[in-house]
Design a protein around this ligand. Structure first.
Ligand code: SAM
Length: 330
C-alpha cells in the first residue's frame, strides 16, 4: 500500500469539508490545469482532482449501467487516485478504465472471493491505503458485492465514502411514469415460483411503488404472479437502460405479462416497476345506507364523524351527505 506525500495534500484540500476529524476524500472543486489535462486527454477536472491526492479510505464508486459516458468526474478522479480497485470482473472494469485512460491495479472482489479477500482489504485500509470498490455496473452493494466489507470497515471506524452515480433501480423508477415519492426496492425476487409468490404476497398491500431486478428469462412468469397477487396494477418494464436499445414498456401487469409470454424473454437486462395499490372507488349507495343507519341513532355531525373514522372518507363530504339525507326526510 502506498502512502505518499499526496495524502498531506488531500488533508489540506479537505480541511473543513468534514467534521469527523477523519481524513475525508476531497469534495472541493479541483483547480484546472489545462495544459497537462489536455495533453493527457483526460477531463480537466479529473486530472486536477486526482493530482490533489486522495485521503486514505474505502471509496465506493458507482459506474455506468450501460453507457460508458455515465460516470461522474469525481468517480473518475477517485478511480485514478486510489492505490487499487476492487471489482467484480476485471475485464469489465478494465474496459471502463481504458476508456478514460486510467491505469490502476485491479483485484477481484466478488461473491467467490470476498470472504478470502476481505481481511486483506481491511488490513490495507488500517494501514492507510486508498481502495475503490466498484461493481460491473451501477452502484456497488445494490444487489452487488460489498456490504460485508463496508459493514466491517464501519465497525472499525475506517473511513468509507462514496462517489455516487448510476443505479438501474433509480433510472427505472424515474422513467416508469409511476409515483416516485414512496418506493420499495425489492432487489432480485427468489427464482422459484413458490418463494417468489410468498415474497410478493408480503408486499401486496404496501402503499408504495415497487422496484425489482429480474432476469429476462423469468420476466413473463414474474409479471403473471404479480398480476395474480397484486391485481391488474399499472407497471413498467425498463430494459437496456442507457444503452442503444433502451425501452420502457408501460401498461397493466396482465397486459405486460401477456406481451412477454407471447414475445418470449426480451434481450438484455430488465427492471420491473409496479404501482401501489389503487384506492378503490367508494360505493356511494352503501355509504348512504350506512349514513342513514347512523342518523337513526346520532345527529348529523356525529354520524358524519363516525363514518369518516370507519371509512377514511373526508368528514366534510359525509357531513354534506348526512345533511342531504336529513333534508330528504323532512
Ligand atoms: N448495482 C447495480 C445497480 O445499481 O444498478 C445492479 C446490479 S444487479 C447484479 C443487475 C441487475 O440490474 C440486472 O439484472 C437488471 O435487473 C438491472 N440492470 C442493470 N443494468 C441495467 C440496464 N442497463 N437496464 C435495465 N436493467 C439493468
Amino acid at each position: 500500500m502506498r502512502r505518499t506525500g499526496r495524502n498531506t495534500g488531500a488533508a489540506r484540500a479537505t480541511s473543513g469539508a468534514g467534521d469527523s476529524g477523519r481524513c475525508e476524500p476531497s469534495r472541493r472543486p479541483a483547480a484546472s490545469k489545462p495544459d497537462t489535462a489536455a495533453a493527457a486527454g483526460w477531463y480537466p477536472a479529473v486530472e486536477a482532482a486526482a493530482e490533489l491526492g486522495l485521503a486514505p479510505g474505502l471509496y465506493l464508486v458507482a459506474t455506468p449501467i450501460g453507457n460508458l459516458g455515465d460516470v461522474t468526474l469525481r468517480g473518475l478522479a477517485v478511480l485514478r487516485g486510489v492505490d487499487r480497485i476492487l471489482c467484480e470482473d476485471t475485464r469489465v472494469t478494465a474496459r471502463l478504465l481504458a476508456r478514460y485512460g486510467i491505469a490502476r491495479p485491479l483485484n477481484p472482489y466478488h461473491d467467490h472471493t470476498a470472504e478470502q479477500a476481505r481481511p486483506g482489504v481491511l488490513a490495507a485500509l488500517r494501514g492507510g491505503a486508498r481502495i475503490a470498490l466498484v461493481s460491473d455496473a451501477g452502484t456497488p452493494l445494490v444487489s452487488d458485492p460489498g456490504y460485508k466489507l463496508v459493514r466491517a470497515a464501519i465497525a472499525e471506524n475506517l473511513p468509507v465514502t462514496m462517489a455516487p452515480g448510476p443505479s438501474a433501480a433509480l433510472a427505472a423508477l424515474t422513467l416508469s411514469g409511476l409515483p416516485p415519492d414512496v418506493f420499495l426496492f425489492g432487489g432480485f425476487l427468489p427464482p422459484r415460483q413458490a418463494a417468489r409468490r410468498r415474497v410478493l404476497a408480503g408486499w401486496s398491500g404496501l402503499a408504495a411503488t415497487l422496484v425489482f431486478f429480474e432476469a429476462a428469462t423469468r420476466l413473463a412468469a414474474c409479471l403473471a404472479d404479480m398480476a395474480d397477487l397484486f391485481g391488474n396494477r399499472p407497471a413498467a418494464v425498463a430494459r437496456e437502460l442507457t444503452k442503444l436499445h433502451e425501452e420502457i414498456r408501460r401498461g397493466r401487469l396482465a397486459d405486460l405479462a401477456a406481451h412477454y409470454s407471447e414475445a418470449g424473454p426480451p434481450r438484455g437486462e430488465v427492471v420491473i416497476v409496479v404501482g401501489a395499490p389503487e384506492p378503490s372507488a367508494p360505493d356511494h349507495a352503501a355509504i348512504s345506507e350506512r349514513l342513514r343507519a347512523a342518523l337513526a341513532e346520532f345527529g348529523v355531525r356525529d354520524a358524519a364523524t363516525r363514518l369518516a373514522a370507519e371509512t377514511g372518507l373526508p368528514r366534510s363530504e359525509l357531513y354534506r351527505r348526512a345533511l342531504a339525507i336529513r333534508g330528504e326526510k323532512r
